[in-house]
Design a protein around this ligand. Structure first.
Ligand SMILES: *Cc1c(COP(=O)(O)O)cnc(C)c1O
Length: 469
């Protein structure tokens, strides 16, 4: 029975996926469904009797698919990509099939050791300092929370874990840092009021001098500067905080330095992009997401630390039922983060790294960056548009500008975004830079090629013309 089901539907689903990737451009990028429309098609009660996979699969195609926004679409230009790839998807199938729960070494030695090996590969690829060790977390949000918790313990001599947080600990981020730091600060007990937002320069990067002033001012007031989160590749515009001067300040004042390179980290596999990580020798912890731009399907976030001892001391638990005879010799990743139960995520990463090779990945990232530069040149040449931030990587921030005041420009660009996305041909999202409403074109889906970017540009120009008529 079971074997029959795998045979019959396994091949069928894989065939469907193969066709999906080939025909993906026929789907609207952004799902057009109205709120509640999927919910209303689903029975209010669960089925009492089992249904055939045939029936369920039909409903997948008829109900679910319509409500899917197609992240793998080559005209996906919103947010950041969350790209996948055939080797990653196929490996994920094996992971699901094995159903291994990888909390400690013994619960799947290969999962623990493969994780150790592939993260060491990633460390080398990005050029992180020798000796840094990695672990896979679900998301960058979790990794940053883990960093904030470890920084909290370091700053209080591992006392907060015992007696709770007593004195105000301060976190420093730029105005452009990701909201996950705010969330982490809430959870880790720092408190939102103890986040200092350091001003940014004209490239939207943190100004180190302002950081230093803030750290000193807090020390004078008797506060404890505990953690700086530098962003390499901000979410709005991929601005790069200067890690080296920030690192010097952290060293001097004994402050934990966490680098959030969730999106941009992948680009550090390119020799010509290594400048982004200059000063990385000062970093205590570092996160980037292979699930964004490295062809490894969500979720897979790579977190690296200089001092695994501090990480483990922060999270270690040792109940009798988890003790094994191997504990002194092996890595038990349950103590490297928040969750006990862990998915076998290293497998898909291993499949991706081996199947593309370093060169294959570099070619892909390089091409995406080239396409962004090309798009940037078109924006520069078209009078109706304005470039809103430097193009460091594969994200272009721009807006329509017809000479109106800020309020009018906001309305105009909102309308522009809506009209553009309504076509279903592309999906772009927006952000705010210094209070200005800004469109973002983020390149990074695996199948995006020059034709898609050109078509997007033609549509952008045509939509802009229609709006100004
Ligand atoms: C995407 C992003 C995050 C959040 O990533 P998750 O893995 O979804 O938590 C954090 N920081 C930056 C800079 C990002 O771009």
């Amino acid at each position: 029975m079971e074997k029959e089901m795998f045979r019959q539907y396994g091949y069928k689903f894989i065939d469907w996926l193969a066709d999906y990737f080939e025909e993906i451009e026929e789907y609207p990028v952004l799902s057009p469904v109205k709120p509640g429309s999927v919910l209303n098609q689903l029975p209010e009660k669960p089925p009492s009797e089992g249904e055939s996979l045939e029936t369920i699969f039909e409903d997948f195609k008829n109900i679910i698919l319509h409500g899917i926004t197609h992240w793998q679409h080559p005209s996906w230009f919103a947010y950041f990509p969350a790209n996948n790839s055939p080797p990653s998807v196929l490996a994920e199938l094996l992971t699901a099939g094995l159903g291994a729960q990888c909390m400690v070494w013994q619960t799947s030695p290969a999962a623990a050791e493969l994780e150790e090996r592939v993260l060491e590969w990633l460390r080398q690829l990005l050029g992180l300092p020798a000796g840094m060790e990695g672990v896979i977390q679900d998301t960058a949000s979790t990794a940053t929370l883990v960093a904030l918790l470890t920084a909290r313990e370091k700053a209080t001599n591992f006392e907060s874990n015992k007696r709770g947080l007593k004195e105000p600990l301060i976190i420093y981020i730029s105005e452009e840092a990701h909201s996950s730091v705010d969330k982490g600060a809430k959870i880790a007990g720092y408190g939102a009021e103890n986040i200092r937002r350091i001003p940014t320069d004209e490239t939207f990067a943190m100004i180190p001098k302002k950081l230093e002033e803030a750290v000193k001012a807090d020390k004078e007031k008797g506060f404890i500067p505990a953690c700086v989160v530098a962003t390499v590749g901000t979410t709005s515009s991929t601005a790069v905080d200067p890690v080296s001067p920030i690192g010097h300040i952290c060293r001097e004042h004994g402050v934990w330095l966490h680098v959030d390179a969730a999106f941009a980290g992948t680009a550090a596999i390119l020799p010509e992009m290594k400048w982004m990580l200059e000063g990385v020798e000062f970093v205590d912890s570092f996160v980037f997401n292979p699930h964004k731009w490295m062809l490894t399907n969500f979720d897979c976030s790579a977190y690296f630390v200089r001092d695994p001892g501090a990480l483990i001391q922060t999270f270690e638990i040792y109940p009798e039922y988890l003790k094994t005879g191997m504990d002194a010799e092996v890595k038990n990743y349950r103590d490297w983060g928040i969750q006990l139960g862990r998915r076998f995520r290293a497998l898909k990463l291993w499949f991706v790294l081996r199947s593309y090779g370093v060169n294959g990945l570099q070619d892909l990232i390089r091409e995406h960056i080239r396409l962004a530069k090309l798009f940037e040149s078109w924006v520069r040449d078209e009078e109706a548009f304005e470039l809103m931030a430097p193009v460091n990587l594969s994200v272009v921030c721009f807006r329509l500008n017809n000479g109106g005041d800020e309020e009018q420009l906001t309305d105009l660009n909102k309308k522009f975004e809506e009209e553009l996305n309504k076509t279903g041909k592309v999906f772009l999202s927006h952000t705010s830079l210094r209070g200005k409403y800004v469109m973002r074109l983020a390149i990074g889906a695996r199948m995006t090629c020059e034709r898609n970017v050109r078509e997007a540009w033609d549509l952008i120009v045509a939509t802009a013309r229609n709006l100004s008529l």
